[in-house]
Design a protein around this ligand. Structure first.
Ligand code: GLA
Length: 625
């Protein structure tokens, strides 16, 4: 194994950042190629390049060139400076939503003043410039529906109605968001959320029976640009989620507005239908400002990458960034929210970006701590989230409670990839990051997104120590992209997947990733088969050359079972397997694949399938069949 240093990475990741910044020590000389790049000599600094966005400069550390040509490193420094500008999008609806929502800090205790002061703060404190443009009013503004069927607004909190609020937000160049429920009553009317307890204005405030009138009011008369539709009222009425949310999506469409974004808030992955009608869907219960909540939400989103696509995202809930221990400001503070530490804040924000969640700030932006604002406006971290690829990171390594996730950075199948080292445990963790696990090869330049510093170059593998509850986020720029070999089942697309009903009951049971000892990645997909839609599919299976390939499926099966393997929708091949007695076995299928991207589906329309662990793809060159 060949590994090139980067030992110093380990120190910094554990929080020992004493020599993190290049001082003005040593001679300073400007690069010939780009005047924004300066050379400095700092033997004590462990970074190779440091970007200083405020100064508009990048510094190359001559002491950390490790044999590299200084002009080549300077050219990389200039490129990193350029990468600090988030590229404009081809379609404003394509990227995860960015903005603020009133709920996490204010609960139902909102008002015209709170909303407009927030909007003004965002317009002037750098948040709008960083892309946080939606100002979303959550629960608490309702005053039921009148006898005329028209929605009324809380007379004390919004005495002037919503028109001046929406107009005020728009006048600042921002977008306005509103909230409702698929049923008759809102969540706040049942569960409270403010010092006043239950919020009676939410009784009868929901969309149920008022779809057309409320959508006209919100999107035509008032001009809202977004709506989050909750489901406490929908549950009480036992409404069917797919039917109900589709009715609401159709009512929005009927207003003629095509730019309104819909968020489904049903606190669990609702099913693959959600992507057909909404821009985002909540996948978990409500976030709280404490580590166990953030850890739980990340855990529930680690294996949902297959359902994310441009314009349609898993929503991990509103951010608790800015709610630091000792600086909590929220009506929920007294409900046991302790706040989060700076390391947890990095994990929280970085993972929301890695997993392409909408980014809705939940703290009081009028008093957001400077360090929190710097974190959420860091353009390098944001670029993981705000790009047109629509990719959610997926897990490639699970080592106990530590995970390595990856996703493409600039183009699909390109040589630049985002990498997260996520340590969910309470102890520091030593990660071994292998290029082969990331489908990268050759020399790899590593840029730490949080530090805004290039930490150096490695080949084959690198070791990084990460603090408890901490994470590191990098962009790795490699010499080569290597054809992917391992496809875990838990990262595949499961067409029937949903988390609404007891997923293992006979009636609703759908295939799902579940932990299993001895499985690669610690997970298998279980309960596949029995109907034609309950299948597993690996999409984006790219091979570089046309030829023979060997597809190896690792599986575990309680008894003799079978599945059909189909490539790109062609006639499937039946694969029979024996019971494995609790162990894992392999079955190898030879197939011809043309250079390009393929879809490989495993299904059984009539009987249960074995549990699937993973697929490995090898060239069949030289193998005699
Ligand atoms: C539910 C949602 C929260 C928030 C409250 C408002 O709990 O999940 O995000 O909107 O309702 O009552």
């Amino acid at each position: 194994m060949k590994s090139v240093y980067v030992g110093s990475l380990a120190l910094l990741a554990a929080g020992v950042g004493a020599y993190a910044s290049f001082g003005a020590e040593g001679a300073s000389e400007v690069s010939r190629a780009d005047k924004r790049v300066e050379y400095r000599d700092c033997p004590k600094c462990d970074k190779r390049i440091r970007v200083d966005l405020a100064a508009g400069k990048a510094y190359v550390n001559l002491s950390r060139l490790e044999g590299a040509d200084k002009e080549v490193v300077a050219a990389r420094a200039a490129k990193l400076l350029d990468a600090a500008k988030i590229a404009p999008t081809s379609d404003p609806k394509i990227r995860p939503l960015m903005g603020w929502s009133s709920w996490n800090t204010f609960g139902v205790e909102i008002s015209e003043d709170v909303i407009l002061e927030t909007a003004r703060a965002m317009a002037t404190n750098g948040l709008k410039d960083a892309g946080y443009t939606y100002v979303n009013i959550d629960d608490g503004f309702f005053w039921g529906h009148g006898e005329d069927g028209i929605l009324r607004f809380h007379p004390k909190r919004f005495p002037n109605g919503m028109k001046p609020v929406v107009d005020g937000i728009h006048a600042l160049g921002l977008k306005a968001g509103i909230y409702s429920d698929g049923g008759a009553d809102t969540c706040g009317s049942m569960w409270g959320g403010g010092p006043d307890g239950k919020d009676k204005g939410g009784i009868g405030g929901g969309l149920y029976g008022h779809d057309a009138a409320d959508c006209k009011l919100h999107f035509v008369d008032l001009g809202f640009d977004f709506i989050k539709v909750d489901y406490c009222g929908g549950l009480v009425l036992k409404l069917n989620e797919k039917v109900r949310y589709t009715e609401i999506a159709n009512a929005i469409k009927a207003t003629g507005r095509t730019d309104v974004r819909l968020n489904i808030c049903r606190w669990a992955f609702p099913g693959t239908w959600a992507a057909d009608i909404a821009e985002s869907w909540r996948t978990t219960g409500d976030i709280r400002a404490n580590w166990s909540s953030i850890r739980r939400i990340i855990g529930e989103n680690l294996y949902l990458s297959a359902y994310s696509k441009p314009g349609h995202y898993n929503d991990m809930d509103m951010l608790e960034v800015g709610q630091l221990v000792g600086q909590m400001k929220s009506v929920f503070g007294k409900h046991g929210d302790t706040g989060i530490t700076p390391d947890e804040e990095i994990t929280h924000f970085g993972m929301w970006c890695m997993l392409s969640s909408p980014l809705l700030i939940g703290c009081d932006v009028r008093t957001i701590p400077a360090s929190s604002k710097a974190l959420i406006t860091n353009p390098y971290i944001l670029a993981m989230n705000q790009n047109d690829l629509g990719l959610q990171g997926y897990v490639v390594v699970k080592d106990g409670d530590a995970y390595i996730l990856v996703k493409d950075a600039i183009e699909k199948f390109g040589k630049s990839r985002y990498v997260a080292l996520y340590n969910s445990s309470g102890k520091a963790h030593d990660f071994t990051v292998r290029a082969s696990d990331l489908d990268l090869g050759g020399k790899i330049d590593a840029f730490d997104l949080v530090e805004m510093a290039d930490v150096g170059c490695f080949e084959d593998h690198v070791s990084v120590n990460v603090a408890p509850h901490g994470s590191k986020f990098y962009r790795f720029d490699a010499e080569r992209r290597v054809q992917r070999k391992v496809y875990e089942a838990e990262c595949a697309y499961l067409a029937d997947y949903q988390e609404l009903d007891e997923r293992f009951t006979e009636k609703f049971g759908t295939a799902a990733p579940v932990p299993m000892e001895g499985a690669s990645g610690g997970m298998v997909v279980s309960k596949l088969g029995k109907r034609d839609t309950n299948y597993l599919e690996w999409r984006d299976v790219k091979v570089d050359e046309t030829g023979e390939y060997l597809i190896t499926i690792d599986y575990s099966s309680p008894d003799d079972r079978a599945f059909d393997l189909a490539v790109d929708g062609a006639a499937p091949r039946r694969v029979n397997v024996k019971g494995t007695d609790g162990k894992f076995m392999k079955v190898v299928i030879a197939t011809e694949l043309s250079a390009g991207i393929h879809t490989i589906r495993l299904s059984n329309a009539s009987a249960p399938m074995p549990d699937i662990d993973r697929m490995t793809l090898d060239s069949g060159k030289g193998v005699v069949f």
